[in-house]
Design a protein around this ligand. Structure first.
Ligand code: HEM
Length: 758
């Protein structure tokens, strides 16, 4: 990679974090990062305050009143040995209520009990009405300056560096739902620019379900759990979702993206992001350009396969959250390039016949190249989930000079919705004073009072003009940074509740997406539709869905119909002749393998010298080795004993990007409780633990590269894996097997292994 890659600096640290500082299961929790610093000792006796801990919680957050909040308060709390109540009074006991004698009734006068329980009772706030489940990180955006010709935005000037906070999310699930469900992912970025906050509130898909925000409550009501039993959670595989998207065929394109591999990303670090709408950039000379924003991940765009996504939902519901936090904790900082597609700002606002105001459309990259304009690096985890990830409030109306909106009717509704919902979610109108939401630019507004007002405003005249506060505050002009709306001419028109004719083509863009997919991606799409529609009860919904598919592609429709056991209908809209866009496919390119997890299956009798060498080679290649053995602890003795990170109990295929088997089959002896009497008993002499064969068979089925040496090939055969199958390699030693594995992993999966008939 041309940019300095922090992943390269961090291989050892990555392993340390993911392995729990190299500890075996009994020495550390597998997969749990080592604590960054020893936790503050809990004193049993009062003692003098400790010196302050180094600040790891970001910029200072003194409130305008001078009261310590956020990082400043955290520093104070961590530097003090004394526990206090909310008023600062020191406490001598927080474990016992005040009682009339040790066995007597609790007294009403216990003000500490009252305060402690009262505060706990109010700890929860409403979750977001959509995108409730999320994970976030701090970082920095460095501008290349290449957008300066089309925008005067200071954060896009050459060399500008801007702090950012990025929150990734699923859309439908509740706050505690699983990460790997099939869904769209949110990709929201807050740029704390010197000219005010700019929020780019996008998704990992470039198109949206609906064209007009007035339907947003409807699509969300349809996608969320059914109101009678509140099931299913975080799923689109149910009748109301499919009822809506087949009755509103503008949803066809986004639904197809959801059913594609984009709906189940491998990692937040391996997702594209899109601003979706067309925005208007304004240059210093007042000229304007229409643009679409794209985030391109340095690690490439990769997905899970559906069975992995389902397994991860149970094995590790925090799969994506953990992956992001572990990588950042380890210094393997995820990076994305921000790019723009540019279009002339003509009165029609179309490009090559594509209506730029219709958010169900994308513009193929082959027609308008994505031009890189800056680099995003996420380099710091939040220090407090609630304070930052939960309380962050994004809004598409947070704009800075040089970035303006268009008349996209979906965007118009969003401009109302975000602030509106945040008044309820964050309890009043002052949420921009919450530390994570505070602009880094100076704020001097005339907004006053309200719930949770932190500021102590001075002066008597919060209005303009005034003659009492010296006429302050002053107004700015465009020359000194005022945000001025672009004077776009609005054509003379009659008020109507109508969409333009150009919004009525609902099938040519989905058809382009379908035609752009590789065979294996098409198989996945067919599988996804067959699964989701198979979960619907209503016959009419399934039939209507097949009609929609017939209008995209005959073969797609026929295959899904076959899976559902229903007849395939004829198209009612003649298929349009569209050019595929190869850039839409995830298959066929090579990517860095940095940060990928390699499982090394071994045991006390495995080739431990070989394991040591491979472990070093994996680290040197900026990947993460995880040793999998029958039991925890260490293999071998002495200083070069090999620490075990996963046992046959804790290892599951979803965690690993590739597997290596080091040596002869490893019998497991701790399968008690999961063994079925008489069935390949683990621990029996010469028997192979069924969980190891499952691990290998699943990895094989999911198209992962697998290697073996020193007799490990026999274990593959026991697991039913032909050693001459694509993507299965055997080396004379571990390091040569690893080399072959790396080449295979550059394409993410061994695609030839998937059977395709499209
Ligand atoms: C292009 C279409 C859209 C995209 C890309 C999009 C993206 C997002 C994202 C990423 C979030 C999560 C922000 C976070 O992490 O806090 C979000 C939240 C939300 N979106 Fe959208 N959205 C779209 C359309 C809409 C529309 C049309 C509406 C309503 C008319 C809407 C209403 C909301 C609401 C109410 C929230 C919760 C905000 C909060 O509680 O802070 N969205 N959206």
């Amino acid at each position: 990679m041309s940019q300095p890659n922090p992943v390269k600096r961090a291989a050892d640290k990555v392993a340390e974090v993911i392995q729990g500082a190299g500890a075996g299961p009994e020495e550390g929790i597998p997969g749990k990062p080592a604590p960054r610093s020893p936790s503050v000792a809990q004193p049993t006796e009062p003692r003098e305050p400790l010196p302050p801990k180094p600040d790891q919680s970001g910029p200072d957050t003194m409130s305008p009143t001078g009261q310590a909040t956020g990082a400043a308060q955290a520093r104070m709390a961590q530097s003090g040995a004394y526990l206090t109540d909310a008023q600062g009074t020191r406490l001598y006991d927080t474990d016992h209520s005040l009682k009339a004698g040790p066995r007597g009734p609790v007294l009403l006068q216990d003000h500490h009990l009252r305060e402690k329980v009262m505060h706990f009772d109010h700890e929860r706030i409403p979750e977001r009405v959509v995108h409730a489940r999320g994970a976030a990180a701090h970082g920095v955006f460095k501008s290349y300056g290449t957008a300066s010709a089309v925008t005067k935005a200071a954060f896009l000037a050459p060399g500008a560096e801007t702090p950012v906070f990025v929150r990734f999310s699923t859309v439908l699930g509740s706050r505690g739902s699983a990460d790997t469900v099939r869904d769209t992912r949110g990709f929201a970025t807050k740029f704390y620019t010197e000219e005010g906050v700019f929020d780019l509130v996008g998704n990992n898909m470039p198109v949206f379900f609906i064209q007009d925000a007035i339907k947003f409550p409807d699509i969300i009501h349809a996608g969320k759990p059914h109101p009678d039993r509140e099931i299913p959670q975080a799923q689109s595989a149910h009748d109301t979702f499919w009822d809506f998207v087949t009755l509103h065929t503008e949803a066809t394109h986004h639904t197809l993206w959801n059913m594609s591999d984009r709906g189940i990303p491998r990692s937040y670090r391996m997702m594209e992001g899109f601003g979706v709408h067309t925005f208007r950039l304004v240059a210093a000379d007042g000229s304007t350009t229409l643009v679409k924003f794209h985030w391109k991940p340095k690690l490439g765009v990769h997905s899970l396969v559906w069975e992995e996504a389902q397994l991860a939902g149970g094995v590790d519901p925090d799969f994506h959250r953990r992956d992001l936090a572990d990588a950042i904790e380890a210094g393997a900082y995820p990076q994305w390039e921000l790019g723009i597609q540019t279009f002339p700002d003509t009165p029609e606002q179309t490009f090559e016949g594509i209506d730029l105001l219709d958010a169900t459309n994308l513009v193929p990259e082959e027609l308008a190249r994505v031009q890189p304009i800056g680099l995003l690096t996420l380099d710091r985890n939040p220090s407090n989930y609630f304070a930052e990830t939960e309380q962050v409030a994004f809004h598409v109306g947070h704009l800075v000079p040089g970035v303006d909106i268009t008349d996209d009717p979906l965007l118009a509704g969003r401009l109302f919705s975000y602030l509106d919902t945040q008044i309820t979610r964050l309890a009043g109108p002052n949420f921009s004073q919450i530390p994570i939401n505070r602009p880094h630019a100076p704020v001097n507004d005339m907004l006053r009072d309200g719930f949770h007002q932190d500021a102590v405003h001075r002066g008597v005249a919060p209005y303009r003009p005034n003659s009492l506060d010296g006429g302050c505050p002053f107004l700015a002009s465009p020359e000194n940074g005022a945000y001025v709306e672009t004077p776009v001419r609005v054509p003379e028109a009659t008020k109507v509740r109508e969409a333009p004719e150009s919004f009525s083509d609902h099938f040519s863009q989905p058809r382009r997406f379908w035609l752009s997919m590789s065979e294996v991606e098409r198989e996945h799409i067919i599988g996804a539709y067959t699964f989701e529609l198979g979960k619907c009860y209503e016959q009419a919904v399934k039939e209507r869905a097949l009609q929609v598919l017939a209008n995209i592609d005959t073969q797609l429709c026929a295959r899904v119909a076959e899976g559902l056991g229903l007849p395939a209908p004829e198209a009612t809209v003649p298929p349009v002749d569209v050019e595929p866009s190869p850039a839409l496919s995830q298959v066929g390119r090579s990517w860095p393998t940095d940060g990928r997890l390699i499982g090394i299956v071994t045991g006390p009798d495995g080739d431990l010298d070989g394991v040591r060498a491979v472990r070093e080679a994996v680290l040197a290649a900026d990947m993460v080795p995880l040793i999998i053995a029958p039991r925890g602890g260490k293999l071998g003795a002495g200083d070069d004993a090999v620490a075990v990170q996963r046992t046959f109990v804790t290892a599951r295929s979803v965690e690993f990007d590739a597997l290596l088997v080091a040596g002869a089959p490893a019998p497991g002896d701790d399968a008690r409780g999961s063994r079925v009497a008489g069935a390949n008993p683990a621990g029996a002499a010469g028997a192979v633990d069924p969980r190891v064969t499952l691990l290998l068979a699943e990895s094989f089925r999911h198209g992962k590269a697998i290697g073996a040496w020193a007799g490990g090939e026999a274990l593959l055969e026991t697991a039913g894996i032909p050693t001459d199958a694509p993507g299965v390699v055997a080396g004379p030693d571990g390091t040569s097997a690893l080399e072959q594995l790396r080449e295979l992993m550059a394409t993410h999966r061994v695609w030839e292994r998937f059977v395709t008939t499209v």
